[in-house]
Each structure stands twice: as C-alpha cells, then as structure tokens.
Design a protein around this ligand. Sequence first.
Ligand code: T46
Length: 137
Amino acid sequence: MLTGVERIAFTGHADARGALVAIENNRDLPYAIQRIYYIYGAAGDAVRGKHAHKDLKQTLVCVAGSCDILLDNGHELEIVRLDRPDAGIYIHGLIWREMMHFSPDCVLLALVDRPYDPQDYIHDYNEFRSLVEEEKP
Ligand code: T46
C-alpha cells in the first residue's frame, strides 16, 4: 500500500440475523469523524474524485457493492478494490484519488475528519505534483 494509505478492517458482529459493524471515534479509526457522506447510483463507467486533498483524512468503505479506488502519490499508482462492508482504506497523505468501476448497487461511504471545505481540494494534477515535490525531505 502507498505511504499515506492504510487498509482498515472493522469488527463484524455476525449471527443468524445478519451482521453489524460499529465504528467509534478514536477507537475503530485513528481520528474523530466530523462528517459522513456517501455516493450511490454512480454509473459503471463514471469516474469520480480526480483530486487530492491538502489536509483532509478520510476512510472509504463500500458498504454495498464494489468499486475501484485509484491512488496516486505522485510517483506510484495503486488500484484498490473495495468490495466488503467490514473493510476500507484510510487515506491521510497527499494522494490523488479517482473512484471508478462502480457496481450498480455500490454505496461508497466516507468517514471524514473535518467539515466540507472546497479550499482543501487540489483539482489540478500539475499543482498536485508540485506539492508532492515540495513535500520531499
Ligand atoms: C473525495 C472523494 C473520495 C458537499 O456539498 N459536501 C460534501 O461533504 C461533499 C463531499 C460534496 N459536496 C458537494 C460538492 C459537489 O457539488 O457534492 C458535489 C459532489 O462532490 P464531488 O464532486 O467532490 O464528489 P467526488 O465523488 O468527486 O469526491 C468525493 C469527495 O468530495 C472527496 O473529498 O475524496 O469523494
């Protein structure tokens, strides 16, 4: 996994009635959730994201269906398939991300560490690459 991205597994409480996943701030995630959003009804050929974030940290989980997340740290690319409701990816670094290959039933849940702020987005790939270069030790 790229630096700045981690896989996260949640505990599923399954019994004869089905399964339940509970997520608590600072226990199941290394931060406190301040915002939740979810994406659904995305066409199979839709590509979403296409941006990076300056400071935002978030965890993405496909609570239904599946999709692929392309992750790019400016040097390497990785595509992660999200297809289970008890596991996700925690993105906390300077990472360009694109979401694609949505199944018809896909519901992609995001657990975010801060309120919505359009100023935190980097939409220009060249600007993203410049910031990656600035971050080099
Ligand atoms: C990310 C990827 C994985 C709001 O009003 N509030 C919100 O909290 C969000 C996230 C979006 N919006 C509005 C802004 C746009 O008018 O919803 C519309 C669609 O948002 P956007 O084009 O940013 O959606 P995606 O799927 O391209 O990106 C989203 C997140 O914005 C982003 O933080 O990392 O999912």
